[in-house]
Design a protein around this ligand. Structure first.
Ligand code: NAD
Length: 491
């Protein structure tokens, strides 16, 4: 696992800055085109040997990685806070998620099941086998700088693939730390460290992974804009894509809802991580009869949220990642107001005396909207919660589904009919549909991903591993006859 990051022949750099203060932490050399080419070549070469190591033996690397992550959980979480601005508890949660997926992948290594099907021919057996796919290119976003890598890498390695990782150029140091831990895991268990390669840089590095035919699967997490650029390029070379793109997640709050629970679920999902999760709650669709009460209660809860340095005890909302995120949020708020919306809480920059620093803290905003206008249909990656009202559940579900994205969704209700309707074929059209839980904070055991512009990919638990393997269908004739399928007679 070489870190092709500092060959010296690069023209570009990657700057790690902390959103907490805006200060530069470290400047790294970006990977050159030659570096990326070499990383892919090394991963492809390592694949030839790795694919024939038995899966439960391959799991040894992932087991060791999980142990090292457990040992260094606090250190890695601190780096996540420093570079991505997450509060300590959420940063530790992100590392815990890495440990959990390692555990899952180790168990999975003995469960890469293929099916045996009934053959229509006597003396024949029909079955399928799952084989390693090849080099997996992992492109990840800034807001889950370490967990997304581990979801992909733990599964890919157990499945017999090798990995080339391009992290977000906003979070290069967390990537160096993860790569170092995996290298150590490889050395400790006697595996070839070349099974994992780290390349650093911005879009051009991602594009090189996208276009290289030696990269069998491009697993890309980020904005819809990025997915729109990548998908046709990978398709043009008949490669595989696993896309985890933006969400525009909503919760329906029905008249029967337990409002204490709904308020808690809404506040964590909408304001947590300063609204910078793909699953962040962006829309509340509430029955008009309880809308005023709900908005009052969520506003009161927002007023209690401490915004500030994510290392400080009691702070629940850290900084936005950069000035661009702040500007995008302000533009969306202006647009919402010009569409007839009313900002009922927050939205402004916190820390007036720091106004000229390069750190951007905001009070999470609540905006009541008269209708789901175009700004509500977009994902603004900041803490803005749009509130819309409905009269009947059909109207609520229609409004819920009338956005281009389809990641996560929720309903708060104590009416079983409403809950089941929301989960049914004509209910939520998202990859994740919850009842009496907010939209964010998924467990690793389920398949994670979404529909429509969210890209259709599934990662993490359930049978997501199948995306990292190729399926072969085998027919074995153990008779001395050669019967043809469908009763065909060929002389
Ligand atoms: P981004 O799209 O700007 O960048 C994501 C990654 O893609 C980065 O590594 C970037 O360098 C790379 N990239 C961008 N354009 C590319 C191109 N044309 N070719 C190749 N690589 C390219 O996203 P971001 O700002 O880092 O993250 C926020 C976005 O990610 C949000 O939209 C959020 O919803 C989404 N996200 C989705 C999930 C999910 O699982 N669905 C998880 C986390 C984040």
């Amino acid at each position: 696992m070489s870190a092709h990051v500092a060959s010296g022949d690069t023209s570009d750099v990657v700057v790690s800055r902390s959103p907490i203060t805006g200060e530069t932490l470290r400047t790294l050399a970006s990977s050159s085109s030659d570096d990326v080419d070499r990383a892919i070549a090394d991963a492809r070469e390592a694949f030839d040997a790795w694919r024939v190591v038995p899966a439960p033996v391959r799991a040894g690397v992932v087991r060791r990685l999980g142990a090292l992550l457990t040992e260094h959980k606090d250190d890695l979480a601190e780096l996540v806070t420093l570079e991505a601005g997450k509060i300590t508890s959420e940063a530790r949660g992100e590392v815990q998620e890495m440990i959990d997926i390692c555990e899952f992948a180790v168990g999975l290594s003995r469960q890469l099941y293929g099916k045996t099907m009934a053959s229509e021919r006597p003396g024949h057996r029909l079955m399928e086998t799952w084989h390693p796919l090849g080099v997996v290119g992992v492109i990840s976003a800034f807001n889950f700088p370490v967990a997304v890598w581990s979801w992909n890498t733990a599964l890919a390695l157990v499945c017999g693939d090798t990995v080339v990782w391009k992290p977000s150029d906003a979070t290069p140091l967390t990537a160096v730390a993860c790569a170092a831990l995996l290298r150590r895991a490889c050395v400790d268990v006697g595996a070839d460290p070349a099974i994992h390669q780290l390349v650093q840089g911005s879009v051009a590095v991602g594009e090189q992974l996208t276009d290289d035919p030696r990269v069998a699967l491009v697993s890309a997490t980020g904005s819809v804009r990025m997915g729109r650029a990548i998908a046709p390029r990978v398709a043009a070379r008949f490669g595989r894509c696993l896309l985890e793109l933006g969400g525009n997640n909503a919760a329906i709050v029905a008249p029967s809802a337990d409002l204490d629970l709904a308020v808690r679920g809404i506040v964590f999902s909408a304001a947590g991580t300063a609204g910078q999760r793909c699953t962040s709650l962006r829309r509340v669709i509430v029955a008009s009869s309880i809308a005023d009460e709900l908005v009052d209660r969520v506003s009161a809860a927002y007023a209690q949220l401490r915004v500030g340095n994510p290392f400080e005890d009691g702070v629940l909302v850290g900084p936005l990642i950069n000035a661009n995120a702040f500007d995008t949020m302000q533009t969306a708020l202006e647009k919402a107001q010009s569409d007839g919306g009313t900002v009922v809480f927050g939205g402004s920059r916190v820390g007036g005396s720091d106004g000229d620093s390069d750190a951007y803290y905001v009070t999470p905003a609540i905006v009541r909207m008269p209708a789901q206008t175009s700004v509500v249909e977009e994902e603004t990656f900041a803490p803005i919660l749009y509130v819309l009202t409905y009269e009947g559940l059909d109207e609520a579900v229609a409004m819920h589904n009338a956005v281009p994205q389809g990641l996560s969704s929720a309903i708060f209700t104590n009416d079983q009919r409403e809950a089941e309707r929301f989960l049914a074929a004509d209910g939520s059209d998202c990859g994740i549909a919850n009842v009496n839980i907010g939209t964010s904070g998924a467990e690793i055991g389920g398949a994670f991903g979404g529909e429509k512009e969210t890209g259709g990919g599934r990662e993490s638990g359930s049978d997501s591993w199948q995306a990292y393997m190729r399926r072969a269908t085998n027919t074995i004739n153990y008779s001395d006859q050669l019967p043809l399928a469908q009763g065909v007679d060929f002389g």
